[in-house]
Design a protein around this ligand. Structure first.
Ligand code: ADP
Ligand code: MG
Length: 245
Protein backbone atom coordinates (compact mmCIF):
# COMPACT_ATOMS: atom_id res chain seq x y z
CA UNK A 1 0.00 0.00 0.00
CA UNK A 2 1.20 3.52 -0.69
CA UNK A 3 -0.03 7.07 -0.28
CA UNK A 4 -1.81 8.64 -3.28
CA UNK A 5 0.41 10.84 -5.46
CA UNK A 6 -0.55 14.17 -7.02
CA UNK A 7 1.29 17.01 -8.78
CA UNK A 8 1.38 20.64 -7.66
CA UNK A 9 -0.10 23.03 -10.20
CA UNK A 10 -0.18 26.36 -8.34
CA UNK A 11 1.55 27.90 -5.34
CA UNK A 12 -1.14 29.92 -3.55
CA UNK A 13 0.43 31.38 -0.40
CA UNK A 14 2.84 30.66 2.44
CA UNK A 15 1.66 29.72 5.97
CA UNK A 16 3.92 31.71 8.23
CA UNK A 17 2.42 30.62 11.54
CA UNK A 18 4.65 27.57 12.09
CA UNK A 19 8.38 27.40 11.71
CA UNK A 20 8.76 25.38 8.53
CA UNK A 21 7.03 27.74 6.06
CA UNK A 22 4.60 25.24 4.52
CA UNK A 23 2.65 26.54 1.53
CA UNK A 24 -0.93 26.28 0.38
CA UNK A 25 -0.85 24.73 -3.09
CA UNK A 26 -3.32 23.37 -5.61
CA UNK A 27 -2.94 19.89 -7.08
CA UNK A 28 -3.69 18.47 -10.52
CA UNK A 29 -6.63 16.68 -8.88
CA UNK A 30 -8.09 20.17 -8.16
CA UNK A 31 -7.53 19.59 -4.43
CA UNK A 32 -6.07 22.23 -2.11
CA UNK A 33 -3.21 21.14 0.15
CA UNK A 34 -0.80 22.36 2.77
CA UNK A 35 2.54 21.37 1.26
CA UNK A 36 5.31 20.42 3.68
CA UNK A 37 8.60 20.76 1.84
CA UNK A 38 11.52 18.32 1.76
CA UNK A 39 13.80 21.37 1.57
CA UNK A 40 12.56 22.85 4.87
CA UNK A 41 14.72 22.96 8.03
CA UNK A 42 14.65 19.35 9.25
CA UNK A 43 14.61 17.89 5.74
CA UNK A 44 12.85 14.70 4.71
CA UNK A 45 13.02 13.17 8.21
CA UNK A 46 10.32 15.57 9.38
CA UNK A 47 8.16 14.24 6.55
CA UNK A 48 8.89 10.64 7.58
CA UNK A 49 7.65 11.49 11.08
CA UNK A 50 4.54 13.18 9.61
CA UNK A 51 3.65 10.01 7.71
CA UNK A 52 4.47 7.40 10.37
CA UNK A 53 2.82 9.32 13.23
CA UNK A 54 -0.08 10.82 11.26
CA UNK A 55 -1.07 7.51 9.70
CA UNK A 56 -0.66 5.66 13.01
CA UNK A 57 -2.93 8.15 14.78
CA UNK A 58 -5.49 7.94 11.97
CA UNK A 59 -5.63 4.15 12.25
CA UNK A 60 -6.17 4.47 15.99
CA UNK A 61 -9.29 6.55 15.36
CA UNK A 62 -7.99 10.13 15.58
CA UNK A 63 -8.72 12.76 12.94
CA UNK A 64 -5.68 13.60 10.83
CA UNK A 65 -6.08 15.40 7.46
CA UNK A 66 -5.45 13.07 4.53
CA UNK A 67 -1.80 12.79 3.49
CA UNK A 68 -0.60 12.46 -0.12
CA UNK A 69 2.75 12.61 -1.86
CA UNK A 70 3.11 15.59 -4.17
CA UNK A 71 5.47 16.19 -7.09
CA UNK A 72 6.75 19.75 -7.20
CA UNK A 73 8.20 21.60 -10.15
CA UNK A 74 9.67 24.77 -8.58
CA UNK A 75 8.58 26.69 -11.70
CA UNK A 76 5.05 26.90 -10.26
CA UNK A 77 6.34 29.53 -7.83
CA UNK A 78 8.11 31.70 -10.40
CA UNK A 79 5.82 34.67 -9.81
CA UNK A 80 6.32 34.46 -6.04
CA UNK A 81 8.38 37.54 -5.14
CA UNK A 82 9.76 36.29 -1.79
CA UNK A 83 13.36 35.08 -2.16
CA UNK A 84 13.09 32.76 0.85
CA UNK A 85 10.14 30.97 -0.74
CA UNK A 86 11.87 30.73 -4.12
CA UNK A 87 14.84 29.07 -2.39
CA UNK A 88 12.60 26.68 -0.49
CA UNK A 89 10.80 25.63 -3.67
CA UNK A 90 14.10 25.09 -5.50
CA UNK A 91 15.48 22.94 -2.67
CA UNK A 92 12.23 20.93 -2.69
CA UNK A 93 12.02 19.95 -6.37
CA UNK A 94 10.58 16.44 -6.60
CA UNK A 95 8.55 14.66 -3.96
CA UNK A 96 6.99 16.48 -0.97
CA UNK A 97 4.20 15.82 1.53
CA UNK A 98 0.73 17.23 0.88
CA UNK A 99 -1.74 17.57 3.76
CA UNK A 100 -5.40 18.01 2.87
CA UNK A 101 -6.26 21.68 3.50
CA UNK A 102 -9.12 22.16 5.97
CA UNK A 103 -10.83 25.37 4.78
CA UNK A 104 -12.26 27.53 7.55
CA UNK A 105 -10.54 25.57 10.31
CA UNK A 106 -9.17 27.46 13.29
CA UNK A 107 -6.69 26.80 16.08
CA UNK A 108 -7.95 24.89 19.14
CA UNK A 109 -8.50 27.19 22.12
CA UNK A 110 -9.91 24.72 24.65
CA UNK A 111 -13.62 25.08 23.90
CA UNK A 112 -14.91 24.04 20.46
CA UNK A 113 -13.65 20.59 19.48
CA UNK A 114 -12.79 19.63 23.05
CA UNK A 115 -12.29 15.86 22.88
CA UNK A 116 -13.38 15.15 26.48
CA UNK A 117 -11.37 13.54 29.26
CA UNK A 118 -10.80 10.17 27.59
CA UNK A 119 -10.06 11.80 24.24
CA UNK A 120 -7.47 14.09 25.82
CA UNK A 121 -5.90 11.14 27.64
CA UNK A 122 -5.63 9.16 24.40
CA UNK A 123 -3.91 12.06 22.60
CA UNK A 124 -1.54 12.56 25.54
CA UNK A 125 -0.69 8.82 25.62
CA UNK A 126 0.00 8.82 21.87
CA UNK A 127 2.10 12.00 21.88
CA UNK A 128 4.15 10.56 24.76
CA UNK A 129 4.62 7.32 22.83
CA UNK A 130 5.95 9.02 19.69
CA UNK A 131 7.78 11.68 21.76
CA UNK A 132 5.91 14.56 20.13
CA UNK A 133 7.02 17.82 21.76
CA UNK A 134 4.92 20.02 19.45
CA UNK A 135 1.60 19.99 21.32
CA UNK A 136 1.96 22.74 23.91
CA UNK A 137 -0.55 25.52 24.66
CA UNK A 138 1.75 27.96 22.87
CA UNK A 139 1.75 25.75 19.80
CA UNK A 140 -0.92 23.03 20.04
CA UNK A 141 -0.99 22.00 16.37
CA UNK A 142 -4.67 21.17 16.80
CA UNK A 143 -7.30 22.50 14.40
CA UNK A 144 -11.05 22.68 14.88
CA UNK A 145 -12.97 21.97 11.70
CA UNK A 146 -16.73 21.32 11.51
CA UNK A 147 -16.73 21.21 15.34
CA UNK A 148 -14.23 18.33 15.43
CA UNK A 149 -10.62 18.26 16.55
CA UNK A 150 -7.95 17.52 13.92
CA UNK A 151 -4.31 16.72 14.67
CA UNK A 152 -1.57 18.25 12.49
CA UNK A 153 2.20 18.76 12.42
CA UNK A 154 3.94 15.60 13.63
CA UNK A 155 7.30 16.41 12.03
CA UNK A 156 9.11 16.89 15.35
CA UNK A 157 8.13 13.45 16.71
CA UNK A 158 10.37 10.34 16.49
CA UNK A 159 13.42 12.53 17.17
CA UNK A 160 15.58 9.42 17.63
CA UNK A 161 16.03 9.28 13.85
CA UNK A 162 18.04 12.51 13.66
CA UNK A 163 21.04 10.88 15.34
CA UNK A 164 19.77 7.28 15.41
CA UNK A 165 19.68 7.20 19.18
CA UNK A 166 19.64 3.51 20.18
CA UNK A 167 16.30 1.72 20.50
CA UNK A 168 17.00 1.03 24.19
CA UNK A 169 17.71 4.68 24.92
CA UNK A 170 14.65 5.94 23.04
CA UNK A 171 12.45 3.27 24.66
CA UNK A 172 13.18 4.62 28.12
CA UNK A 173 13.16 8.37 27.42
CA UNK A 174 10.70 10.07 29.81
CA UNK A 175 8.08 12.43 28.36
CA UNK A 176 7.46 15.87 29.85
CA UNK A 177 3.65 15.89 29.97
CA UNK A 178 3.59 19.14 31.97
CA UNK A 179 4.05 21.15 28.77
CA UNK A 180 1.33 19.28 26.84
CA UNK A 181 -1.93 21.01 25.91
CA UNK A 182 -3.79 18.10 27.58
CA UNK A 183 -1.58 17.78 30.67
CA UNK A 184 -4.73 18.00 32.84
CA UNK A 185 -5.69 14.56 31.51
CA UNK A 186 -2.51 12.85 32.76
CA UNK A 187 -4.34 11.06 35.58
CA UNK A 188 -6.63 9.46 32.99
CA UNK A 189 -3.80 8.08 30.86
CA UNK A 190 -3.43 4.72 32.69
CA UNK A 191 -7.10 4.00 31.94
CA UNK A 192 -6.55 4.20 28.17
CA UNK A 193 -3.21 2.39 28.25
CA UNK A 194 -4.34 -1.22 27.75
CA UNK A 195 -6.55 -0.40 24.77
CA UNK A 196 -3.94 1.68 22.94
CA UNK A 197 -1.01 -0.62 23.67
CA UNK A 198 -2.98 -3.63 22.39
CA UNK A 199 -4.01 -1.79 19.20
CA UNK A 200 -0.41 -0.95 18.24
CA UNK A 201 0.59 -4.30 16.75
CA UNK A 202 3.77 -5.04 14.78
CA UNK A 203 1.57 -5.38 11.68
CA UNK A 204 0.12 -1.88 12.20
CA UNK A 205 3.55 -0.32 12.75
CA UNK A 206 4.92 -2.12 9.69
CA UNK A 207 1.99 -0.85 7.62
CA UNK A 208 2.47 2.83 8.51
CA UNK A 209 6.28 2.68 8.17
CA UNK A 210 5.68 1.08 4.77
CA UNK A 211 3.88 4.23 3.58
CA UNK A 212 7.13 6.25 3.63
CA UNK A 213 8.42 6.53 0.05
CA UNK A 214 11.84 4.99 -0.74
CA UNK A 215 13.16 8.48 -1.57
CA UNK A 216 13.11 9.49 2.14
CA UNK A 217 14.30 6.37 3.89
CA UNK A 218 17.53 4.38 3.71
CA UNK A 219 17.71 0.63 3.22
CA UNK A 220 17.22 -1.07 6.56
CA UNK A 221 15.73 2.00 8.26
CA UNK A 222 12.20 0.63 8.13
CA UNK A 223 13.37 -2.15 10.47
CA UNK A 224 14.97 0.43 12.75
CA UNK A 225 11.75 2.46 13.05
CA UNK A 226 9.90 -0.77 13.85
CA UNK A 227 12.53 -1.73 16.43
CA UNK A 228 12.49 1.65 18.16
CA UNK A 229 8.70 1.92 18.27
CA UNK A 230 8.32 -1.67 19.49
CA UNK A 231 10.92 -1.18 22.23
CA UNK A 232 9.20 2.02 23.41
CA UNK A 233 5.82 0.28 23.52
CA UNK A 234 7.33 -2.34 25.81
CA UNK A 235 8.90 0.29 28.12
CA UNK A 236 5.77 2.22 29.04
CA UNK A 237 6.67 2.34 32.72
CA UNK A 238 9.47 4.77 31.77
CA UNK A 239 7.37 7.38 29.93
CA UNK A 240 3.67 6.87 30.58
CA UNK A 241 2.13 10.13 31.89
CA UNK A 242 0.21 9.50 35.10
CA UNK A 243 2.31 6.44 35.92
CA UNK A 244 2.30 2.91 34.52
CA UNK A 245 -0.53 0.55 35.36
N1 ADP B 1 -4.41 20.82 6.87
C1 ADP B 1 -4.46 22.11 7.22
N2 ADP B 1 -5.58 22.85 6.98
C2 ADP B 1 -5.63 24.16 7.34
N3 ADP B 1 -4.61 24.83 7.92
C3 ADP B 1 -3.47 24.15 8.18
C4 ADP B 1 -3.34 22.75 7.86
N4 ADP B 1 -2.10 22.36 8.21
C5 ADP B 1 -1.49 23.42 8.73
N5 ADP B 1 -2.31 24.51 8.73
C6 ADP B 1 -1.97 25.87 9.25
O1 ADP B 1 -0.61 26.14 8.96
C7 ADP B 1 0.16 26.29 10.15
C8 ADP B 1 1.52 25.65 9.97
O2 ADP B 1 1.39 24.27 9.68
P1 ADP B 1 2.19 23.18 10.49
O3 ADP B 1 1.88 21.84 9.91
O4 ADP B 1 1.91 23.34 11.95
O5 ADP B 1 3.70 23.54 10.12
P2 ADP B 1 4.98 24.01 10.96
O6 ADP B 1 5.90 22.84 10.92
O7 ADP B 1 5.51 25.16 10.19
O8 ADP B 1 4.55 24.38 12.35
C9 ADP B 1 -0.68 25.63 11.24
O9 ADP B 1 -0.43 26.16 12.49
C10 ADP B 1 -2.10 25.93 10.77
O10 ADP B 1 -2.47 27.25 11.11
MG1 MG C 1 3.08 23.72 13.59
Amino acid sequence: MSLPTVTATRYVLPLREGGSLPGVVEGNDLGTYVLKFTGAGQGPKALVAEIVVGELFRRLGLRVPELKLMHLDPAIGKSEPDFEIQELLLRSAGLNLAVDFLPGSFGYDGSAGNPGDAGMARILWLDAYVANVDRSWRNPNLLVWHKNLWLIDHGAALYFHHSWMSAEKFAGQPYDASDHVFSVAAAGVPAVDAELAAAITPALLTEVIGLVPDEWIDDGDRERYLGHLTARLESRAAWLPGGAR
